[in-house]
Design a binder for this molecule. Structure first.
Ligand code: FAD
Length: 517
Protein backbone atom coordinates (compact mmCIF):
# COMPACT_ATOMS: atom_id res chain seq x y z
CA UNK A 1 0.00 0.00 0.00
CA UNK A 2 2.09 2.93 -1.20
CA UNK A 3 2.49 5.59 1.44
CA UNK A 4 0.72 3.56 4.11
CA UNK A 5 3.21 0.93 5.00
CA UNK A 6 5.81 3.14 6.64
CA UNK A 7 6.82 2.41 10.16
CA UNK A 8 5.55 4.68 12.88
CA UNK A 9 8.37 6.42 14.68
CA UNK A 10 9.16 5.33 18.22
CA UNK A 11 7.05 7.61 20.40
CA UNK A 12 8.37 6.35 23.70
CA UNK A 13 8.25 9.82 25.25
CA UNK A 14 5.84 12.46 24.08
CA UNK A 15 4.09 15.68 24.93
CA UNK A 16 0.91 17.17 23.49
CA UNK A 17 3.08 19.64 21.58
CA UNK A 18 4.01 16.83 19.20
CA UNK A 19 0.76 17.52 17.34
CA UNK A 20 0.35 20.52 15.06
CA UNK A 21 -1.08 23.14 17.46
CA UNK A 22 -3.95 23.91 15.10
CA UNK A 23 -5.19 20.36 15.55
CA UNK A 24 -5.97 20.62 19.22
CA UNK A 25 -8.97 22.90 19.75
CA UNK A 26 -10.66 21.53 16.66
CA UNK A 27 -10.12 17.89 17.70
CA UNK A 28 -11.08 18.41 21.34
CA UNK A 29 -14.37 20.08 20.53
CA UNK A 30 -15.28 17.69 17.72
CA UNK A 31 -14.70 14.62 19.91
CA UNK A 32 -16.43 16.27 22.84
CA UNK A 33 -19.53 16.98 20.79
CA UNK A 34 -20.16 13.33 19.81
CA UNK A 35 -23.44 11.89 21.01
CA UNK A 36 -22.39 8.80 22.96
CA UNK A 37 -23.94 6.41 25.48
CA UNK A 38 -20.58 6.30 27.26
CA UNK A 39 -18.18 9.24 27.42
CA UNK A 40 -14.86 10.60 26.24
CA UNK A 41 -12.44 11.84 28.84
CA UNK A 42 -9.50 14.19 28.33
CA UNK A 43 -8.42 14.15 31.97
CA UNK A 44 -7.59 10.53 32.75
CA UNK A 45 -5.20 10.01 29.85
CA UNK A 46 -2.40 8.96 32.21
CA UNK A 47 -4.17 5.61 32.85
CA UNK A 48 -3.75 4.71 29.19
CA UNK A 49 -0.20 6.04 28.87
CA UNK A 50 1.71 2.89 29.81
CA UNK A 51 1.45 -0.88 29.93
CA UNK A 52 2.66 -3.92 31.89
CA UNK A 53 6.05 -3.79 30.15
CA UNK A 54 6.46 -0.39 31.83
CA UNK A 55 9.06 0.82 29.36
CA UNK A 56 7.00 2.80 26.85
CA UNK A 57 5.09 5.88 28.01
CA UNK A 58 2.87 7.87 25.71
CA UNK A 59 -0.35 9.62 26.77
CA UNK A 60 -3.27 9.65 24.34
CA UNK A 61 -5.26 12.80 23.68
CA UNK A 62 -8.47 11.19 24.96
CA UNK A 63 -9.86 7.98 26.44
CA UNK A 64 -13.21 6.64 25.22
CA UNK A 65 -15.24 4.73 27.82
CA UNK A 66 -17.80 3.07 25.54
CA UNK A 67 -21.13 1.79 26.81
CA UNK A 68 -22.14 0.34 23.44
CA UNK A 69 -20.72 -0.90 20.18
CA UNK A 70 -22.19 2.11 18.43
CA UNK A 71 -20.04 4.39 20.65
CA UNK A 72 -16.96 2.72 19.17
CA UNK A 73 -18.35 2.85 15.65
CA UNK A 74 -19.25 6.57 16.01
CA UNK A 75 -15.75 7.49 17.15
CA UNK A 76 -14.16 5.47 14.34
CA UNK A 77 -16.43 7.08 11.73
CA UNK A 78 -15.77 10.51 13.15
CA UNK A 79 -12.00 10.07 12.93
CA UNK A 80 -12.37 8.71 9.43
CA UNK A 81 -14.44 11.76 8.55
CA UNK A 82 -11.71 14.08 9.89
CA UNK A 83 -9.41 12.23 7.48
CA UNK A 84 -5.99 13.71 7.03
CA UNK A 85 -6.98 16.97 8.78
CA UNK A 86 -6.08 15.14 12.02
CA UNK A 87 -3.41 12.61 12.83
CA UNK A 88 -5.64 10.87 15.35
CA UNK A 89 -5.18 7.12 15.72
CA UNK A 90 -7.15 4.65 17.84
CA UNK A 91 -5.99 1.86 20.12
CA UNK A 92 -8.30 -0.60 21.82
CA UNK A 93 -6.95 -1.16 25.30
CA UNK A 94 -7.79 -4.45 26.98
CA UNK A 95 -6.10 -4.85 30.34
CA UNK A 96 -2.98 -3.01 29.13
CA UNK A 97 -0.78 -6.06 29.63
CA UNK A 98 1.24 -5.51 26.49
CA UNK A 99 4.98 -5.16 26.80
CA UNK A 100 6.19 -2.51 24.33
CA UNK A 101 3.40 0.02 23.99
CA UNK A 102 1.22 -2.07 21.67
CA UNK A 103 -1.99 -0.78 23.31
CA UNK A 104 -0.91 2.90 23.33
CA UNK A 105 -2.01 5.60 20.89
CA UNK A 106 0.34 8.55 20.91
CA UNK A 107 -1.95 11.63 21.17
CA UNK A 108 -4.78 9.55 19.73
CA UNK A 109 -7.88 7.97 21.25
CA UNK A 110 -7.56 4.94 23.50
CA UNK A 111 -10.72 2.86 23.87
CA UNK A 112 -11.00 1.40 27.34
CA UNK A 113 -12.52 -1.95 26.34
CA UNK A 114 -13.25 -2.96 29.92
CA UNK A 115 -15.99 -0.27 29.95
CA UNK A 116 -17.82 -2.32 27.32
CA UNK A 117 -18.06 -5.37 29.58
CA UNK A 118 -21.67 -6.42 29.87
CA UNK A 119 -23.03 -7.43 33.28
CA UNK A 120 -24.26 -10.78 32.04
CA UNK A 121 -22.13 -13.40 30.31
CA UNK A 122 -24.43 -15.53 28.12
CA UNK A 123 -23.85 -19.28 28.02
CA UNK A 124 -25.50 -21.58 25.46
CA UNK A 125 -25.67 -25.34 25.82
CA UNK A 126 -28.16 -26.69 23.29
CA UNK A 127 -28.77 -30.42 22.86
CA UNK A 128 -27.41 -30.61 19.34
CA UNK A 129 -24.76 -27.94 19.59
CA UNK A 130 -21.35 -27.58 21.19
CA UNK A 131 -21.68 -25.20 24.17
CA UNK A 132 -20.32 -21.67 23.88
CA UNK A 133 -20.27 -18.36 25.68
CA UNK A 134 -20.91 -14.90 24.20
CA UNK A 135 -18.78 -12.22 25.82
CA UNK A 136 -17.67 -8.65 25.34
CA UNK A 137 -14.21 -8.12 23.82
CA UNK A 138 -13.30 -6.26 27.02
CA UNK A 139 -14.19 -9.15 29.32
CA UNK A 140 -11.46 -10.65 31.51
CA UNK A 141 -10.86 -14.40 31.10
CA UNK A 142 -11.05 -14.91 34.87
CA UNK A 143 -14.65 -13.64 34.86
CA UNK A 144 -15.55 -15.96 31.99
CA UNK A 145 -14.10 -18.89 33.91
CA UNK A 146 -16.01 -18.03 37.10
CA UNK A 147 -19.28 -17.71 35.18
CA UNK A 148 -18.95 -20.80 32.98
CA UNK A 149 -17.96 -22.94 35.98
CA UNK A 150 -21.41 -22.28 37.45
CA UNK A 151 -22.73 -24.35 34.51
CA UNK A 152 -20.06 -27.07 34.77
CA UNK A 153 -18.38 -25.67 31.65
CA UNK A 154 -15.16 -23.91 30.79
CA UNK A 155 -13.21 -22.56 27.79
CA UNK A 156 -10.73 -25.17 26.59
CA UNK A 157 -7.62 -23.19 25.79
CA UNK A 158 -6.02 -20.70 28.16
CA UNK A 159 -3.18 -18.34 28.89
CA UNK A 160 -1.12 -18.87 32.05
CA UNK A 161 -2.58 -15.68 33.49
CA UNK A 162 -6.31 -14.93 33.34
CA UNK A 163 -6.47 -11.22 34.12
CA UNK A 164 -6.24 -10.40 30.42
CA UNK A 165 -9.09 -9.48 28.08
CA UNK A 166 -10.63 -11.56 25.33
CA UNK A 167 -9.83 -8.90 22.70
CA UNK A 168 -6.22 -8.63 23.90
CA UNK A 169 -5.37 -12.34 23.76
CA UNK A 170 -7.36 -12.99 20.55
CA UNK A 171 -5.36 -10.23 18.87
CA UNK A 172 -2.24 -12.29 19.61
CA UNK A 173 -2.94 -16.03 20.02
CA UNK A 174 -3.48 -17.01 23.67
CA UNK A 175 -1.08 -19.86 24.40
CA UNK A 176 -0.67 -22.10 27.42
CA UNK A 177 -0.16 -25.75 28.35
CA UNK A 178 -3.47 -26.78 26.75
CA UNK A 179 -2.50 -25.47 23.28
CA UNK A 180 -0.90 -28.77 22.23
CA UNK A 181 -4.34 -30.35 22.53
CA UNK A 182 -6.83 -27.62 21.55
CA UNK A 183 -4.66 -25.12 19.72
CA UNK A 184 -4.33 -21.53 20.97
CA UNK A 185 -7.34 -19.45 22.04
CA UNK A 186 -7.69 -18.03 18.51
CA UNK A 187 -8.62 -21.54 17.35
CA UNK A 188 -11.41 -21.85 19.89
CA UNK A 189 -13.64 -19.00 18.73
CA UNK A 190 -16.84 -19.50 16.72
CA UNK A 191 -17.81 -15.93 15.94
CA UNK A 192 -16.71 -12.33 16.40
CA UNK A 193 -18.34 -8.93 16.23
CA UNK A 194 -15.92 -6.36 14.87
CA UNK A 195 -15.87 -2.59 14.42
CA UNK A 196 -13.56 -2.18 11.44
CA UNK A 197 -11.22 0.74 10.78
CA UNK A 198 -14.04 2.14 8.63
CA UNK A 199 -16.41 2.18 11.59
CA UNK A 200 -18.57 -0.64 10.20
CA UNK A 201 -19.99 -3.17 12.65
CA UNK A 202 -19.54 -6.64 11.14
CA UNK A 203 -20.35 -10.11 12.46
CA UNK A 204 -17.92 -12.70 11.18
CA UNK A 205 -17.14 -16.39 11.53
CA UNK A 206 -15.63 -19.25 9.57
CA UNK A 207 -18.67 -19.13 7.25
CA UNK A 208 -19.65 -15.45 7.33
CA UNK A 209 -17.18 -12.69 6.36
CA UNK A 210 -14.48 -15.27 6.90
CA UNK A 211 -11.64 -13.11 5.62
CA UNK A 212 -12.26 -10.53 8.34
CA UNK A 213 -12.67 -13.30 10.94
CA UNK A 214 -9.28 -14.85 10.20
CA UNK A 215 -7.59 -11.46 9.71
CA UNK A 216 -8.59 -10.30 13.18
CA UNK A 217 -7.57 -13.53 14.97
CA UNK A 218 -3.89 -13.01 15.77
CA UNK A 219 -4.12 -9.76 13.79
CA UNK A 220 -2.40 -7.50 16.38
CA UNK A 221 -5.44 -5.19 16.45
CA UNK A 222 -4.76 -4.02 12.87
CA UNK A 223 -8.10 -4.71 11.17
CA UNK A 224 -10.83 -3.97 13.66
CA UNK A 225 -11.89 -3.82 17.27
CA UNK A 226 -13.28 -7.04 18.75
CA UNK A 227 -16.45 -6.00 20.54
CA UNK A 228 -17.94 -9.49 21.08
CA UNK A 229 -16.63 -13.04 20.85
CA UNK A 230 -18.33 -16.43 20.88
CA UNK A 231 -15.98 -18.84 22.63
CA UNK A 232 -16.07 -22.65 22.54
CA UNK A 233 -16.71 -24.39 25.85
CA UNK A 234 -16.21 -27.93 27.10
CA UNK A 235 -17.00 -29.79 30.33
CA UNK A 236 -15.09 -28.36 33.31
CA UNK A 237 -13.32 -30.73 35.69
CA UNK A 238 -13.44 -30.10 39.44
CA UNK A 239 -9.87 -30.96 40.30
CA UNK A 240 -6.38 -31.00 38.83
CA UNK A 241 -3.47 -33.32 39.61
CA UNK A 242 -0.47 -31.08 39.09
CA UNK A 243 2.98 -32.67 38.72
CA UNK A 244 6.55 -31.44 38.45
CA UNK A 245 9.69 -33.47 37.68
CA UNK A 246 13.25 -32.43 36.87
CA UNK A 247 15.76 -33.34 34.17
CA UNK A 248 19.42 -32.44 33.89
CA UNK A 249 19.61 -33.53 30.27
CA UNK A 250 17.83 -31.27 27.78
CA UNK A 251 17.46 -34.00 25.15
CA UNK A 252 15.65 -36.30 27.58
CA UNK A 253 13.44 -33.42 28.74
CA UNK A 254 12.38 -32.33 25.25
CA UNK A 255 11.97 -35.94 24.08
CA UNK A 256 9.53 -36.55 26.94
CA UNK A 257 7.66 -33.30 26.29
CA UNK A 258 7.27 -34.20 22.62
CA UNK A 259 6.19 -37.71 23.54
CA UNK A 260 3.47 -36.34 25.82
CA UNK A 261 2.05 -33.87 23.29
CA UNK A 262 1.82 -36.65 20.70
CA UNK A 263 -0.55 -38.70 22.92
CA UNK A 264 -4.27 -37.96 22.69
CA UNK A 265 -5.35 -39.04 26.17
CA UNK A 266 -2.30 -38.36 28.27
CA UNK A 267 -2.08 -35.13 30.23
CA UNK A 268 -4.41 -32.14 29.83
CA UNK A 269 -1.63 -29.60 30.24
CA UNK A 270 2.06 -29.80 29.31
CA UNK A 271 4.52 -27.02 30.01
CA UNK A 272 8.06 -26.75 31.31
CA UNK A 273 10.63 -24.31 32.57
CA UNK A 274 14.37 -23.84 32.86
CA UNK A 275 16.15 -23.44 36.18
CA UNK A 276 19.69 -22.14 36.19
CA UNK A 277 21.87 -22.44 39.28
CA UNK A 278 19.12 -22.28 41.92
CA UNK A 279 19.90 -23.02 45.57
CA UNK A 280 17.40 -25.06 47.58
CA UNK A 281 15.01 -25.39 44.69
CA UNK A 282 13.02 -28.41 45.86
CA UNK A 283 12.59 -26.95 49.32
CA UNK A 284 10.93 -23.91 47.78
CA UNK A 285 8.41 -26.20 46.03
CA UNK A 286 7.24 -27.79 49.29
CA UNK A 287 4.82 -25.00 50.16
CA UNK A 288 2.58 -26.06 47.23
CA UNK A 289 3.74 -29.58 46.24
CA UNK A 290 4.56 -32.81 48.10
CA UNK A 291 7.60 -34.89 47.18
CA UNK A 292 6.97 -38.48 46.19
CA UNK A 293 9.94 -39.56 48.31
CA UNK A 294 10.74 -37.07 51.09
CA UNK A 295 14.19 -38.45 51.95
CA UNK A 296 15.45 -38.67 48.40
CA UNK A 297 14.05 -35.23 47.56
CA UNK A 298 15.87 -33.68 50.54
CA UNK A 299 19.18 -35.03 49.23
CA UNK A 300 18.83 -33.54 45.77
CA UNK A 301 21.04 -30.49 45.08
CA UNK A 302 20.18 -27.94 42.38
CA UNK A 303 23.10 -25.53 43.02
CA UNK A 304 25.32 -24.83 40.03
CA UNK A 305 23.18 -26.86 37.65
CA UNK A 306 21.00 -26.09 34.66
CA UNK A 307 17.81 -28.11 35.15
CA UNK A 308 14.65 -28.54 33.12
CA UNK A 309 11.33 -28.89 34.90
CA UNK A 310 8.52 -30.72 33.15
CA UNK A 311 5.17 -29.49 34.46
CA UNK A 312 2.07 -31.53 33.61
CA UNK A 313 -1.51 -31.68 34.82
CA UNK A 314 -4.34 -34.16 34.64
CA UNK A 315 -7.91 -33.00 35.17
CA UNK A 316 -10.34 -35.16 37.16
CA UNK A 317 -13.63 -35.27 39.03
CA UNK A 318 -14.16 -36.67 42.51
CA UNK A 319 -15.38 -40.07 41.31
CA UNK A 320 -12.12 -40.54 39.36
CA UNK A 321 -9.90 -39.76 42.37
CA UNK A 322 -8.62 -43.34 42.68
CA UNK A 323 -8.06 -44.14 39.03
CA UNK A 324 -6.29 -40.85 38.40
CA UNK A 325 -3.28 -41.94 40.47
CA UNK A 326 -2.91 -45.14 38.49
CA UNK A 327 -3.27 -43.29 35.21
CA UNK A 328 -0.65 -40.68 36.06
CA UNK A 329 1.74 -43.32 37.42
CA UNK A 330 1.50 -45.17 34.15
CA UNK A 331 2.16 -42.03 32.13
CA UNK A 332 5.07 -41.04 34.36
CA UNK A 333 6.60 -44.53 34.02
CA UNK A 334 7.12 -43.76 30.30
CA UNK A 335 9.34 -40.76 31.14
CA UNK A 336 13.01 -40.47 32.08
CA UNK A 337 13.13 -37.71 34.70
CA UNK A 338 15.33 -37.79 37.83
CA UNK A 339 13.21 -40.05 40.13
CA UNK A 340 13.93 -38.18 43.38
CA UNK A 341 12.47 -34.97 41.91
CA UNK A 342 8.85 -36.10 41.49
CA UNK A 343 6.51 -33.64 43.24
CA UNK A 344 2.74 -33.44 42.98
CA UNK A 345 -0.29 -31.66 44.29
CA UNK A 346 -4.08 -31.73 43.89
CA UNK A 347 -5.88 -28.41 43.55
CA UNK A 348 -9.30 -27.14 42.42
CA UNK A 349 -9.45 -26.43 38.67
CA UNK A 350 -9.96 -22.69 39.17
CA UNK A 351 -6.95 -22.42 41.50
CA UNK A 352 -4.79 -24.21 38.94
CA UNK A 353 -5.86 -21.93 36.07
CA UNK A 354 -5.60 -18.76 38.18
CA UNK A 355 -2.20 -19.73 39.63
CA UNK A 356 -0.22 -16.73 38.33
CA UNK A 357 -2.60 -14.35 40.10
CA UNK A 358 -1.29 -15.66 43.46
CA UNK A 359 2.21 -14.67 42.36
CA UNK A 360 0.86 -11.27 41.26
CA UNK A 361 -0.62 -10.61 44.71
CA UNK A 362 2.70 -11.45 46.39
CA UNK A 363 4.73 -9.33 43.97
CA UNK A 364 2.34 -6.39 44.30
CA UNK A 365 2.67 -6.55 48.09
CA UNK A 366 6.45 -6.21 47.70
CA UNK A 367 6.17 -3.40 45.12
CA UNK A 368 7.65 -5.72 42.48
CA UNK A 369 4.74 -5.90 39.99
CA UNK A 370 4.87 -2.45 38.47
CA UNK A 371 8.50 -2.63 37.41
CA UNK A 372 9.87 -2.79 33.84
CA UNK A 373 9.34 -6.19 32.18
CA UNK A 374 11.74 -6.71 29.28
CA UNK A 375 10.05 -9.95 28.22
CA UNK A 376 10.97 -11.91 25.13
CA UNK A 377 8.70 -14.64 23.69
CA UNK A 378 10.02 -16.81 20.87
CA UNK A 379 8.62 -19.64 18.79
CA UNK A 380 11.44 -22.04 17.86
CA UNK A 381 11.18 -24.84 15.29
CA UNK A 382 11.65 -28.29 16.80
CA UNK A 383 14.58 -29.08 14.48
CA UNK A 384 16.68 -26.31 16.12
CA UNK A 385 15.52 -26.40 19.75
CA UNK A 386 18.58 -28.38 20.87
CA UNK A 387 21.01 -25.86 19.31
CA UNK A 388 19.01 -23.03 20.85
CA UNK A 389 18.93 -24.61 24.33
CA UNK A 390 22.62 -25.53 24.29
CA UNK A 391 23.78 -21.98 23.57
CA UNK A 392 21.14 -19.95 25.39
CA UNK A 393 20.71 -21.92 28.62
CA UNK A 394 24.37 -22.83 29.05
CA UNK A 395 26.29 -19.88 27.64
CA UNK A 396 24.14 -16.75 27.30
CA UNK A 397 22.15 -17.01 30.55
CA UNK A 398 23.97 -17.44 33.83
CA UNK A 399 20.92 -17.39 36.11
CA UNK A 400 17.18 -16.95 36.02
CA UNK A 401 16.85 -15.32 39.42
CA UNK A 402 15.07 -12.38 37.82
CA UNK A 403 12.11 -14.35 36.43
CA UNK A 404 10.88 -17.60 34.91
CA UNK A 405 11.92 -19.07 31.56
CA UNK A 406 9.13 -21.20 30.10
CA UNK A 407 9.68 -23.80 27.42
CA UNK A 408 7.16 -26.19 25.90
CA UNK A 409 6.25 -27.65 22.51
CA UNK A 410 2.93 -27.41 20.65
CA UNK A 411 1.53 -29.20 17.60
CA UNK A 412 1.28 -27.11 14.44
CA UNK A 413 -1.65 -29.30 13.32
CA UNK A 414 -3.79 -27.70 16.04
CA UNK A 415 -3.16 -24.17 14.69
CA UNK A 416 -5.46 -22.89 12.00
CA UNK A 417 -3.23 -21.59 9.21
CA UNK A 418 -5.83 -19.05 8.08
CA UNK A 419 -5.43 -16.72 11.08
CA UNK A 420 -2.97 -13.80 10.98
CA UNK A 421 -0.73 -15.49 13.57
CA UNK A 422 2.73 -16.36 12.29
CA UNK A 423 4.45 -19.55 13.48
CA UNK A 424 7.57 -21.46 12.38
CA UNK A 425 6.84 -23.83 9.56
CA UNK A 426 7.37 -27.19 11.27
CA UNK A 427 5.02 -29.83 12.70
CA UNK A 428 6.16 -29.07 16.22
CA UNK A 429 7.51 -25.78 17.54
CA UNK A 430 8.42 -24.59 21.03
CA UNK A 431 7.31 -21.51 22.91
CA UNK A 432 10.27 -20.16 24.86
CA UNK A 433 9.34 -17.25 27.12
CA UNK A 434 11.91 -15.19 29.01
CA UNK A 435 9.86 -13.35 31.64
CA UNK A 436 12.19 -11.22 33.79
CA UNK A 437 11.42 -8.28 36.03
CA UNK A 438 13.97 -5.50 35.99
CA UNK A 439 14.67 -5.09 39.68
CA UNK A 440 18.14 -3.71 40.36
CA UNK A 441 20.11 -5.65 42.97
CA UNK A 442 23.44 -5.06 44.63
CA UNK A 443 25.37 -6.80 41.85
CA UNK A 444 23.63 -4.53 39.32
CA UNK A 445 22.99 -7.56 37.11
CA UNK A 446 19.22 -7.51 36.95
CA UNK A 447 18.85 -4.00 35.71
CA UNK A 448 16.89 -3.18 32.61
CA UNK A 449 19.84 -2.49 30.36
CA UNK A 450 21.50 -5.78 31.27
CA UNK A 451 18.32 -7.76 30.56
CA UNK A 452 17.70 -5.99 27.27
CA UNK A 453 21.27 -6.78 26.18
CA UNK A 454 20.72 -10.39 27.14
CA UNK A 455 17.58 -10.52 24.96
CA UNK A 456 19.57 -9.01 22.12
CA UNK A 457 22.26 -11.67 22.52
CA UNK A 458 19.60 -14.39 22.26
CA UNK A 459 18.15 -12.81 19.11
CA UNK A 460 21.60 -12.25 17.58
CA UNK A 461 22.53 -15.86 18.25
CA UNK A 462 19.35 -17.06 16.48
CA UNK A 463 20.15 -14.88 13.50
CA UNK A 464 23.79 -15.95 13.32
CA UNK A 465 22.85 -19.63 13.71
CA UNK A 466 20.15 -19.22 11.08
CA UNK A 467 17.38 -20.45 13.38
CA UNK A 468 14.06 -19.48 11.86
CA UNK A 469 12.51 -18.12 15.08
CA UNK A 470 9.29 -16.14 15.13
CA UNK A 471 8.59 -13.68 17.90
CA UNK A 472 5.34 -14.15 19.80
CA UNK A 473 3.79 -10.81 20.92
CA UNK A 474 6.16 -9.46 18.25
CA UNK A 475 7.96 -6.17 18.53
CA UNK A 476 10.07 -4.74 15.70
CA UNK A 477 11.70 -1.41 14.97
CA UNK A 478 11.86 -1.52 11.18
CA UNK A 479 9.50 -2.44 8.38
CA UNK A 480 12.14 -4.79 7.00
CA UNK A 481 11.81 -6.79 10.22
CA UNK A 482 7.98 -6.84 10.00
CA UNK A 483 8.17 -8.05 6.43
CA UNK A 484 10.59 -10.74 7.43
CA UNK A 485 8.32 -11.73 10.36
CA UNK A 486 5.35 -12.20 8.01
CA UNK A 487 7.46 -13.66 5.18
CA UNK A 488 5.32 -14.68 2.22
CA UNK A 489 2.20 -13.59 4.13
CA UNK A 490 3.19 -9.92 4.31
CA UNK A 491 1.42 -8.93 1.07
CA UNK A 492 -1.85 -10.47 2.28
CA UNK A 493 -1.52 -8.80 5.68
CA UNK A 494 -0.91 -5.39 4.05
CA UNK A 495 -3.76 -5.88 1.56
CA UNK A 496 -6.16 -6.73 4.37
CA UNK A 497 -5.02 -3.66 6.28
CA UNK A 498 -5.90 -1.55 3.27
CA UNK A 499 -9.32 -3.23 3.00
CA UNK A 500 -10.41 -2.98 6.64
CA UNK A 501 -8.47 0.03 7.95
CA UNK A 502 -7.54 2.06 4.85
CA UNK A 503 -6.29 5.11 6.77
CA UNK A 504 -4.24 2.94 9.17
CA UNK A 505 -5.98 4.35 12.22
CA UNK A 506 -5.96 1.22 14.37
CA UNK A 507 -3.40 -0.09 16.89
CA UNK A 508 -0.56 2.33 16.06
CA UNK A 509 1.45 1.02 19.04
CA UNK A 510 2.28 -2.12 17.08
CA UNK A 511 4.36 0.13 14.77
CA UNK A 512 3.51 -1.79 11.61
CA UNK A 513 1.72 0.88 9.57
CA UNK A 514 1.66 4.64 9.82
CA UNK A 515 -1.53 6.66 9.48
CA UNK A 516 -1.80 8.28 6.06
CA UNK A 517 -1.61 12.08 6.30
P1 FAD B 1 -3.72 -5.08 25.68
O1 FAD B 1 -2.32 -5.08 26.13
O2 FAD B 1 -4.59 -4.04 26.25
O3 FAD B 1 -3.77 -5.02 24.08
C1 FAD B 1 -2.94 -5.83 23.28
C2 FAD B 1 -3.10 -5.49 21.80
O4 FAD B 1 -4.39 -5.87 21.35
C3 FAD B 1 -3.00 -3.99 21.49
O5 FAD B 1 -2.46 -3.81 20.21
C4 FAD B 1 -4.44 -3.54 21.53
O6 FAD B 1 -4.65 -2.38 20.76
C5 FAD B 1 -5.14 -4.76 20.95
N1 FAD B 1 -6.48 -4.95 21.51
C6 FAD B 1 -6.85 -4.99 22.80
N2 FAD B 1 -8.17 -5.22 22.89
C7 FAD B 1 -8.63 -5.34 21.64
C8 FAD B 1 -9.90 -5.57 21.07
N3 FAD B 1 -10.98 -5.74 21.83
N4 FAD B 1 -10.00 -5.62 19.73
C9 FAD B 1 -8.92 -5.46 18.93
N5 FAD B 1 -7.69 -5.22 19.41
C10 FAD B 1 -7.55 -5.17 20.75
N6 FAD B 1 -0.01 -14.53 26.49
C11 FAD B 1 -0.19 -15.83 26.16
O7 FAD B 1 -0.52 -16.13 25.01
N7 FAD B 1 -0.02 -16.82 27.07
C12 FAD B 1 0.28 -16.56 28.37
O8 FAD B 1 0.40 -17.48 29.16
C13 FAD B 1 0.44 -15.21 28.77
N8 FAD B 1 0.71 -14.88 30.04
C14 FAD B 1 0.84 -13.58 30.40
C15 FAD B 1 1.08 -13.26 31.73
C16 FAD B 1 1.20 -11.95 32.13
C17 FAD B 1 1.46 -11.63 33.59
C18 FAD B 1 1.12 -10.92 31.16
C19 FAD B 1 1.29 -9.49 31.56
C20 FAD B 1 0.89 -11.22 29.83
C21 FAD B 1 0.74 -12.55 29.44
N9 FAD B 1 0.50 -12.90 28.11
C22 FAD B 1 0.31 -14.22 27.77
C23 FAD B 1 0.48 -11.89 27.05
C24 FAD B 1 -0.92 -11.38 26.80
O9 FAD B 1 -1.72 -12.37 26.19
C25 FAD B 1 -0.89 -10.18 25.85
O10 FAD B 1 -0.04 -9.19 26.34
C26 FAD B 1 -2.29 -9.61 25.66
O11 FAD B 1 -2.28 -8.68 24.63
C27 FAD B 1 -2.72 -8.92 26.91
O12 FAD B 1 -4.10 -8.71 26.89
P2 FAD B 1 -4.67 -7.29 27.29
O13 FAD B 1 -6.12 -7.49 27.45
O14 FAD B 1 -3.95 -6.71 28.42
O15 FAD B 1 -4.35 -6.52 25.91
Amino acid sequence: IPGRTNLCSNHSVSTPTDLPPSNHPHIYSSLDSLDLEGYISFNDVHIAAKDFGNRYHSPPLAVLHPRSVSDISSVMKHILHLGSTSNLTVAARGHGHSLQGQALAHQGVVISMESLRSPDIKIYKGKHQQPYVDVSGGELWINILRETLKHGLSPKSWTDYLHLTVGGTLSNAGISGQAFKYGPQINNVYQLEIVTGKGEVVTCSEKQNSELFYSVLGGLGQFGIITRARIALGPAPLMVKWIRVLYSDFSAFSRDQEHLISKENAFDYVEGFVIINRTNLLNSWRSSFSPNDTTEASQFKSDGKTLYCLEVAKYFNQEEANSINQETEKLLSELSYIPSTLFSSEVPYIDFLDRVHIAEIKLRAKGLWEVPHPWLNLLIPKSRIFDFATEVFNNILTSNNNGPILIYPVNQSKWNKRTSMITPNEDIFYLVAFLPSAVPNSSGKNDLEYLLKQNQRVLSFCEAANINVKQYLPHYETQKEWRSHFGSRWETFAKRKHAYDPLAILAPGQRIFQKAT
